[in-house]
Design a protein around this ligand. Structure first.
Ligand code: PEP
Ligand code: MG
Length: 537
């Protein structure tokens, strides 16, 4: 047996299947180069076609918004036209310009922006394909049970893949933030990215095993090896099948009250996946992903499009949109955060929104308008003082009156929530509860601030633990304050996705869990078992 080990942890699970190997590179046109004018015209036509194809994809999935921006960017168009003027064939000029732009992105000291190199290559390969007669689907031949092995898998590749047939993914390129990983994690498909040499080492059609948690791709399997990996894969699928069997269950506590299992999502596509996996709604829609994926601040109209599509995808279930949570470790490329010694204690979240009032109003108007389409709620991150909640609510009222006088439909009774992410918010929880409609406990930040332990610093990770006494007490205080005021209290931090913490949280009175999409089944199963056990007592 041979193995390729990747240092990246892309998803979890084990899969065994037939390798479907896709080897591609951006092919330069072999066609004879026409004159400069005809090459320019060919390029303009291919660019136009690519933009309209990508816009169509972006309407269904926000992930493609960045692609549309890249395709529309003058840097790409001007670069290609200048190479063509120098006598280069259009296809070669597209390839060259793409590599120049990708090299610029690759040098940026920011993991998220570096990951956009894949988007540039994806756009360039689409324009190249349109120049040579159209986009072909390299995944057309995928059969049930295949493991796709590719040099790279771009978002537009993912849009062509029938996931119901695919057992696993293996790619040469990719980081933990690349789209293939996000999609694999959300769909529960085992994936290994960064498996250097996989497309030449693995033969098309040979049996291959993917051990995602260990970042391993196994091939040239002996009979015994294959048996071992098949039984690991069966165990993994068995576990997932029992998760999906309980996805339509609705756990109830001893008093008969239903316990909601919502999901956290960052795009319309994820909202759809969450609903398909049995989520009772979306407890946290991270709007910052939309801001981060665009080249400039998304307009009110663009935001409305996305929020309304997410509300439709929820099909009447609640959609809780968190307003922009920028700052800390979430940089927005076109916003100037300047240097901060302690960015997590600096200009972030609601502080940013309140100091960029016009931008904040554009977001609030878009959320209010989406409220006319579904059960949309608005939620504010990192509130630490009553003055912030009051100012925010007064801006919200201002937006409502503007929309009324403009005759635009919106939800005048939109429910307003506060994230409890700081010790300050816990301490004033009773006051906050008197002036808002719900709480959502953000244990990722709450834990780091209560324990004074940076959530990204491995040396203090033992302290940055939500099961510590102090954090558990803070959670309990928050739930008590919400109960006393008669408002709902949910949790959208990672702790809610941890089945081992479910008992503690139920006991503390939590009745709304907002979890990772791939944890919905597991958490529902745990909650059902815990409620059954407490019924028997
Ligand atoms: C949290 O802090 O728990 C939370 C959900 O917000 P984020 O992880 O996006 O900071
Ligand atoms: Mg947070």
């Amino acid at each position: 047996m041979k193995r390729i080990v990747s240092p990246v942890r892309a998803s979890e699970g084990v899969a065994v299947g037939r390798a479907y190997v896709v080897r591609r590179s951006v092919a330069a046109s072999t066609a004879v180069c026409g004159d400069v004018k005809s090459e320019r015209d060919r390029f303009e036509r291919a660019l136009e076609t690519s933009i309209s194809q990508l816009s169509e994809l972006a309407a269904g999935d926000g992930i493609f918004a960045a692609h549309v921006e890249i395709a529309r960017d003058d840097m790409l168009r001007d670069g290609v036209l200048s190479h063509i003027s120098d006598g280069m064939p259009a296809a070669e000029a597209v390839k060259c310009t793409g590599e120049e732009i990708a090299a610029m992105f690759a040098d940026i000291d920011d993991e998220y922006l570096r990951a956009r190199v894949d988007d540039v290559r994806d756009v360039v390969s689409r324009i190249g394909a349109n120049l040579s007669g159209g986009v072909v689907n390299p995944f057309e031949g995928v059969r049930d049970g295949d493991v796709i092995v590719a040099d790279t898998l771009a978002p537009s590749d993912m849009a062509m893949i029938d996931f119901s047939l695919v057992r696993g993914f293996v790619t040469e390129a990719g980081s933990a933030t690349s789209h293939v990983c996000i999609i694999a994690r959300n769909r529960g498909i085992p994936a290994v990215v960064g498996a250097c040499g996989c497309t030449s080492a693995v033969a098309d059609g040979e049996t291959v095993a993917v051990d995602a948690a260990n970042g391993e791709v196994l091939f040239a399997l002996g009979e015994d090896d294959e048996r071992v990996y098949r039984s690991k894969a069966d165990a993994w699928y068995g576990e997932r099948a029992s998760d999906s069997a309980v996805k339509d269950l609705h756990p109830r506590d001893a008093s008969g009250r239903e316990i909601a299992v919502y999901a956290n999502a960052g795009s319309v596509e994820e909202v759809r996946a969450a609903v398909a996996a049995g989520a009772d709604g979306i407890g946290l829609f991270r709007s910052e992903f939309l801001y981060m994926s665009e080249a400039e601040e998304p307009s009110e109209e663009r935001q409305y499009e996305v929020y309304a599509a997410a509300a439709c995808a929820c099909g009447g279930r609640p959609l809780t949109i968190r307003t922009l949570d920028a700052g800390g470790d979430k940089m927005i490329p076109y916003m100037d955060f300047g240097h901060e010694d302690n960015p997590f204690m600096g200009w972030r979240a609601i502080r940013v929104s309140l100091s960029c009032r016009e931008m904040f109003k554009r977001q609030l108007r878009a959320i209010l308008r989406a409220g006319a389409v579904g059960d949309v709620r608005v939620m504010f991150p990192m509130v630490t003082d009553m003055s912030e909640l009051r100012e925010t609510k007064s801006i919200l009222e201002e937006c409502k009156s503007e929309l009324s006088s403009e005759g635009i439909a919106y939800d005048s009774d939109i429910r307003v929530g506060v994230m409890i992410e700081t010790p300050a918010a816990v301490l004033i929880a009773r006051d906050l509860a008197a002036e808002c409609d719900f709480f959502s406990i953000g244990t990722n930040d709450l834990t780091q601030y209560v324990m004074a332990a940076d959530r990204a610093n491995a040396r203090v990770s033992a302290l940055c633990n939500p099961m510590t006494d102090a954090v558990r007490r803070a959670i309990r205080m928050t739930i008590e304050a919400a109960d006393a005021a008669g408002i709902e209290c949910g949790m959208c931090g990672e702790m809610a996705s941890d089945a081992a913490a479910a008992g503690v949280l139920l006991e503390a009175g939590l009745r709304e869990f907002s979890v990772n999409i791939s944890s919905i089944g597991r958490i529902k199963r745990s909650l059902c078992a815990l409620c059954r056990d407490s019924d028997r007592e």
